[in-house]
Design a protein around this ligand. Structure first.
Ligand SMILES: Cc1cc2nc3c(=O)[nH]c(=O)nc-3n(C[C@H](O)[C@H](O)[C@H](O)COP(=O)(O)OP(=O)(O)OC[C@H]3O[C@@H](n4cnc5c(N)ncnc54)[C@H](O)[C@@H]3O)c2cc1C
Length: 457
């Protein structure tokens, strides 16, 4: 039996950062990871980093043009580049923990025996038992695949994980699911040269976003040749002579879409299978995530959950913030909680990217705020002309009484950088006039914040 101060199940962002911090504080740590291809977690191996490497390559490819064969060759190179990026980071992540004398990395799958003991089925077939003072569950999430007849059996079926291994550019791609991940892949594969159709069951496009911004995004994607079929149900998928045929039912009837790749992007569910949580007394929420309090403590003593498995927003930086919350209790003053994270921004890496922080106009009104709304078309920003992409809209919602910024929605080049400035202003409780009157470097997209807020006068 191995005895440690802390056992961490899953090599995710929160867990690996916590491992380093606890080891630095002199604690003995065991990191248990079931897949050698996942050292460093989902983000660097199959999600944020590889997809953004491909998004970058796809944007370069689209300006180069050429035949489909030229584009397919560039796609293969992009996959090679992506593989180099992920394997480099995987190695660095592994050694950062494995080379630390206070940390032992165990290659195996963990399940609870009780709230202080884990059984580990090692990848070499042996079994190990581990006893820990503290246990942290950081097992992430897995793609949800809807029960569509023939889908899983199709050899053209992909999740976002398996799509990372596809080396042949599909001429036609059907994406089931019109959420953020579906849209990122739609935009990226369109830039690589595939013909993309997105099928979603909801009537509204990006229903949680500001309606005007969502409409602008929709028009831009449509103008780039992406077809979106809404209020649709996928009846079945069957393979036929080198392609899949996806039967899609709408109010107009049934349409059969041919595709060399069918990507399912219908969400990710907390990864709890096989953990034997009942043995430890760790309870789940109605949505299947691990139930935690605002300190990320589970219903079992000395057991915490972090990242996607804890059911919050599925972002790497939330998992990292979960580390801060746990470290605050174990190594600090315990003041950081899920309730005081500050404003959480996010970006969807379509082309151009869409980024958001805070409330939409509608949400602010529903909460009873008296608001002012600032808007700026991207065509008015000099840097957008320099970048040769004048698509988009900037929108901000301000509390009319205090001048504090309630929310911002940017659909434009480099919005993923700009949004962090607004996040800082919201957290620091700076009024919009601070951003309006600030000096910014030129020519940049950030300087558009001057003009955006001038529109409120
Ligand atoms: C296509 C895609 C693109 C994304 N892009 C972004 C982005 O641009 N920015 C962003 O912030 N977020 C993005 N995300 C979300 C982000 O990847 C996740 O929120 C984040 O990686 C979750 O990290 P985590 O700490 O919860 O755990 P993970 O990194 O998911 O790690 C969990 C680990 O636990 C292991 N594991 C599971 N069960 C066991 C067990 N029983 N025993 C041992 N090991 C186990 C798994 O193998 C895995 O390595 C994206 C997601 C996807 C799918």
């Amino acid at each position: 039996m191995i005895h440690v101060d802390a056992a961490i199940i899953g090599f995710g962002k929160g867990g690996k950062t916590l491992a380093g911090a606890l080891a630095a504080a002199g604690k003995s740590v065991a990191m248990i990871e079931r897949s050698s291809g996942m050292y460093g977690g989902t983000c660097i191996n199959v999600a944020c980093i590889p997809t953004k490497s491909l998004v970058h390559s796809a944007a370069l490819s689209t300006v180069q043009g050429g035949t489909f064969a030229d584009k397919a060759a560039r796609y293969r190179q992009a996959i090679e580049r992506k593989n180099f990026v992920t394997s480099t980071l995987r190695g660095k992540n592994y050694h950062k923990l494995a080379d630390n004398p206070n940390i032992e990395v165990l290659a195996g799958e963990a399940s609870f025996i009780d709230s202080h003991r884990l059984g580990v089925m090692m990848t070499d077939g042996t079994k190990t038992t581990l006893e820990a003072k503290w246990i942290f569950i950081n097992t992430g999430a897995v793609p949800f695949v809807p029960p569509v007849p023939g889908l899983k059996e199709s050899k053209f079926f992909y999740t976002s994980d398996s799509l990372m291994e596809l080396t042949r550019l599909p001429e036609r791609m059907v994406i089931i699911g019109g959420g953020y991940i579906g849209m990122e892949f739609a935009s990226m594969f369109t830039n690589f040269g595939s013909q993309v159709t997105v099928v979603q069951n909801e009537a509204a496009f990006l229903p949680r976003e500001d309606a005007e911004i969502a409409q602008t995004v929709l028009e831009s994607l449509t103008a780039r040749g992406i077809r979106l079929i809404r209020s649709a149900k996928v009846q079945d998928v069957r393979d036929d002579d080198g392609k899949a045929i996806v039967a899609v039912e709408t109010a107009e009837g049934v349409e059969h879409l041919a595709a060399e790749a069918v990507l399912v992007a219908t969400g990710r569910r907390p990864s709890v299978a096989g953990l034997n949580l009942e043995a430890a007394g760790v309870a789940l929420t109605d949505r299947g995530a691990i139930r935690t309090d605002e300190h990320l403590k589970t219903t079992a003593p000395d057991v915490w959950a972090m990242g996607d498995v804890a059911g919050g927003l599925q972002f790497t930086y939330i998992s990292l913030d979960d580390y801060r919350i746990v470290a605050s209790q174990l190594l600090g003053d315990g003041s950081r909680t899920t309730a005081n994270r500050g404003a959480v921004p996010y970006s969807v890496f379509i082309d151009p990217p869409f980024s958001r922080v805070g409330m939409s106009e509608q949400e602010a009104l529903e909460k009873g705020y008296e608001i002012k709304v600032a808007k700026l078309p991207v065509a008015a920003i000099p840097k957008a002309l320099v970048l040769n992409d004048q698509t988009g809209l900037l929108k901000a919602v301000v509390d009319a009484k205090t001048g504090l910024i309630l929310g911002a929605h940017f659909f434009c080049e480099e919005s993923y950088e700009m949004i962090n400035l607004v996040k800082l202003a919201i957290d620091a409780k700076l009024p919009y006039q601070t951003l309006k009157n600030a000096i910014y470097t030129h020519p940049t997209m950030s300087e558009a914040l001057n003009d955006l807020f001038v529109s409120l006068q």
